[in-house]
Design a binder for this molecule. Structure first.
Ligand SMILES: Cc1cc2nc3c(=O)[nH]c(=O)nc-3n(C[C@H](O)[C@H](O)[C@H](O)COP(=O)(O)OP(=O)(O)OC[C@H]3O[C@@H](n4cnc5c(N)ncnc54)[C@H](O)[C@@H]3O)c2cc1C
Length: 219
């Protein structure tokens, strides 16, 4: 049976294209949430809402979501065309992709970095390593914040960008090259199904117990 969630009518506070076809949309926060949770978003009340990770800190005034526009998608072309003041419908927050203060590895592809941005903005960055995979420089969203808070524990793997700041290649390549992956820590994976499946396989092959791999897949 489908879960019935409270829906809020929200007015867009801001919407900005931060990289080609990638947007940050914000609206005023009127609910509490835990970093890592998602909201369902739509432009109508009777449509097929899509899920988005909250990228804001738990105490921030505005909720931000980070999304990439799928040109042939049902919702994202409509979202990217919205302007401040336009209406969207947003569910109450939900989800169990929740971290705590223990050391952990965070692994993200593309916009899958959003829940980790929320965790950093909520003060959970101590003891964390973030490995983020993207194509170009512009695809390392919120990199100023992440560099500032995580410094050497922020590893960017860029497939199309030759720059000494980045590992050249996919994040799975970086993981495979590591001689040591701690087996006692939790690994949080977020992003495309391909990345999640491949990383999970790598971790299991390196004796990380399945129960220590927590994933959020952006279907
Ligand atoms: C838990 C969770 C959290 C998420 N968080 C985020 C987030 O923070 N940011 C983010 O950007 N996304 C996130 N997503 C993904 C998001 O929910 C949407 O799926 C995404 O934005 C695309 O929505 P859309 O309606 O534009 O595209 P859709 O209409 O859903 O289409 C998606 C793609 O599939 C293709 N497609 C559609 N139907 C078919 C078909 N029948 N056959 C073949 N191909 C088809 C489309 O061409 C398009 O490229 C999350 C998903 C989940 C499950």
């Amino acid at each position: 049976m489908a879960v019935k969630r409270k829906i809020f009518k929200k007015s867009i506070h801001s919407i900005k294209e931060i990289a080609q076809n990638v947007f940050v949309l914000s609206f005023a926060r009127n609910f509490e949430f835990r970093a890592g949770q998602v909201v369902a978003v739509d432009v109508v009340t009777d449509g097929e809402p899509r899920l988005y990770s909250i990228a804001s800190g738990e105490l921030d005034e505005y909720i931000e979501i980070l999304f990439d526009e799928k040109p042939d998608g049902k919702l994202t072309p409509k979202l990217s065309a919205l302007l401040p003041g336009d209406t969207i419908y947003v569910s109450e927050p939900f989800g169990n992709f929740i971290c705590n203060d223990e050391s952990a590895w965070w692994i993200a592809s593309g916009t899958g970095v959003a829940p980790f941005v929320s965790m950093v903005r909520s003060g959970q960055e101590i003891g964390k390593i973030l490995i983020h995979g993207g194509r170009y420089d512009e695809n390392f969203y919120f990199s100023d914040l992440l560099e500032n808070k995580l410094s050497g524990n922020y590893i960017r793997c860029a497939t199309q960008q030759a720059d000494s700041a980045y590992y050249k290649g996919r994040l799975t390549g970086w993981l495979r090259e590591q001689s040591f992956l701690p087996t006692e820590l939790k690994y949080y994976l977020c992003g495309s199904p391909e990345m999640v499946v491949e990383v999970r396989d790598i971790l299991i092959s390196r004796h990380i117990p399945f129960g220590q791999i927590i994933s959020e897949t952006y279907f």
